[in-house]
Design a protein around this ligand. Structure first.
Ligand code: NAD
Length: 573
């Protein structure tokens, strides 16, 4: 990534729309275009709102367009925080924050960064799930690109409509598996927008480089076909060769229009996600956060848990509930990590067991197994229930990635606790309503011995006079840092070794005081430092493995720190 330039104003070059406007105004018709300097008030990367100084208001022709009192950024922050806190429920707060982001990004990011623990759950999970469900109703102002099946044959042209040149970081979804909520089609746009906000707030990727995209290939959620507020194409999803050709055209367009862009696949269904990742990961720098980011954050939690339980990765036996992108992604990275510690691939795979919607994943199970499950299909008799699987397989860690709420019953947690002094129980399904158990249940049913982490945050639990703090296995610890590391090195590929380095780095940042409270992740409030360390580790891998396309700086960490976006106002005069 270049030294960060000041963001170019939107429409730096005359767009077809600007040309149209100038033709219209030449004929004296209405509407006339806004004068150019008014972009200062309408471009969220340039707008300072009430913080434009007296001198700026005079010099830029803004006098009278703003209320007379000039506020400092700090005063604006206090005002916005108070207004945010006055909103009654999370979805109202989400709407308020989205509007702020669309108006004034410096103020938005300062607010997020200064109140990370309060605001991340509002702009991402769990609130973003509800926001997506209601996206059609709360849609106010377009953000990001919608590329629909009707744009086939002209996707590059559509992409050129993006008003800010030089996108470097694209998060794209086709809306098929939004969190644990299923196929939301075009409503899934909240996810790439939210993820990119996290890149900027948690890792300092300048918002001017970010581009959220939704590929609207249709939806198989019947209710949306007749929903009058649905904003997408009301047809069934493209599938098979038609879908593949659509995505192929999209990827070619990305390479043509934004040749330096890093692409993150987000919330694709598991019948497409694995194939897309493999097909494109060497054709352009790209990764799938649901598979690789999740794997890295979960592995970090497992490594950190070893600092409580003792032992090595090779001693572990993992039982997953859910054999989709998250579960098999975690297992894949666990295998890579165990191999790095000397285990053979076959032995490492035997440490990973899966229960999916049809029961224990085994060799002899009837019906064809999906390719991503095959490496973990071992010889075993069928089991009657998850609790039986726990009793028979004796896992050291139980990992929930099934989106099945309450699947970790009291019986399951008690079985884990009967076999392990400190059972590792990760209920990673999002949003909170899909979590396999709550923190309170895991602690209560294990007599306070569970090492618990979840996908969405749970509050601390007081148990028998002890305060237990559940860790949040949030991908936000990983993907912003990985993305930043890949961007600054202009990596030609995002490799598994980068995710492994990210996991070990994250685990090393868990402090003894975190572990003492049972927390296997650092506090969210330290995320900028975490992302810097993860990005540094990733950049080192990129340079060492020769996928970096820039010269290695003498001090990688200092170089990255210098490039991180700091939301402060520019002085225009
Ligand atoms: P997926 O659709 O790829 O996989 C879901 C899996 O769950 C499938 O194998 C399915 O067979 C299985 N399943 C469904 N019903 C089941 C049942 N009744 N019993 C057992 N298994 C069942 O989805 P995914 O991407 O793997 O995500 C799964 C969940 O993990 C989601 O809720 C997602 O939000 C969550 N997730 C959390 C994190 C995190 O916390 N960091 C990251 C990624 C995904």
């Amino acid at each position: 990534m270049d030294t960060l330039p000041p963001p170019a104003p939107a429409h730096a070059e005359p767009t077809p729309l600007a040309q149209l406007f100038s033709r219209i105004s030449a004929t004296g018709d209405r509407p006339r275009p806004l004068r150019k300097e008014k972009a200062l008030l309408t471009d969220p990367l340039l707008n300072k709102g009430t913080a434009f100084t007296e001198a700026e208001r005079d010099a830029m022709g803004l006098r009278g367009l703003l209320p007379p009192r000039v506020f400092t950024l700090e005063e604006q922050l206090q005002r916005t925080l108070a207004a945010l806190r006055r909103k009654a429920d999370p979805i109202e707060k989400y709407i308020y924050l989205v509007n702020l982001q669309n108006r004034n990004e410096v103020l938005f990011y300062r607010l997020v960064m200064e109140h990370l623990e309060e605001i991340i759950p509002l702009i991402y999970t769990p609130t973003v799930g509800e926001a997506c469900i209601h996206y059609g109703e709360i849609f106010r102002r377009a953000r990001g690109l919608f590329i629909s099946r009707r744009d086939r044959g002209r996707i590059a042209e559509v992409m050129r409509n993006w008003p800010r040149p030089g996108a470097r970081l694209i998060v794209v979804t086709d809306g098929e598996r939004i969190l644990g909520l299923g196929d939301l089609g075009a409503l899934g746009m909240g996810i790439p927008i939210g993820k990119l906000s996290l890149y900027s707030s948690c890792a300092g990727v300048h918002p001017c480089y970010t581009l959220p995209i939704t590929l609207d290939v249709g939806t198989d959620t019947q209710a949306l076909h007749s929903d009058p507020s649905y904003i997408g194409v009301q047809e069934p999803r493209l599938r098979g060769p038609e879908y593949d050709a659509f995505v192929e055209e999209f990827v070619c367009a990305v390479k043509e229009v934004f040749p330096k862009a890093l692409l993150q696949w987000e919330d694709f269904g598991n019948t497409t996600a694995f194939g897309l990742l493999e097909r494109y990961r060497t054709r352009l720098p790209s990764f799938n956060d649901d598979i690789q980011g999740t794997a890295s954050v979960a592995l970090a939690g497992l490594i950190a848990a070893l600092r409580i339980t003792g032992g090595s990765l090779g001693d572990q036996r993992l039982l997953f509930l859910g054999a989709g992108e998250a579960g098999t992604g975690i297992a894949g990275l666990f295998v890579a990590a165990a191999k790095a510690q000397g285990l053979s691939e076959a032995d490492a795979r035997k440490k990973c067991w899966f229960v999916d919607s049809k029961g224990l994943v085994t060799r002899g199970r009837g019906g064809a197994l999906a390719a991503h499950k095959l490496p973990y299909a071992h010889e075993h008799e069928p089991v009657a229930s998850l609790a039986d699987a726990v009793r028979q397989l004796k896992p050291t860690a139980l990992i929930g990635v099934s989106a099945v709420a309450s699947a970790f019953t009291r019986e399951v947690v008690e079985a884990m606790s009967a076999q392990n002094e400190r059972p590792v129980i990760f209920a990673l399904s999002n949003p909170t309503s899909k979590s396999e158990c709550t923190a309170e249940q895991a602690y209560a049913w294990s007599g306070g011995r569970a090492i618990f982490a979840s996908g969405s945050a749970f509050p601390p639990v007081d148990l028998g006079g002890r305060r237990l703090v559940p860790g949040q296995g949030n991908n936000v610890y990983i993907f912003p840092g990985v993305g930043l590391g890949a961007l600054v090195t202009e990596a030609s590929e995002v490799t598994d070794a980068m995710f492994l380095a990210a996991a070990t780095t994250l685990a090393s940042l868990v402090r003894p005081e975190d572990l003492a409270e049972g927390r296997v992740y650092p506090p969210l409030g330290t995320i900028r430092e975490v992302s810097l360390e993860v990005a540094t580790a990733v950049a080192r891998v990129a340079h060492d493995s020769k996928v970096a396309r820039v010269r290695r700086p003498r001090n990688i960490r200092a170089d990255i720190r210098k490039r991180m976006f700091q939301p402060t106002y520019r002085q225009y005069v």
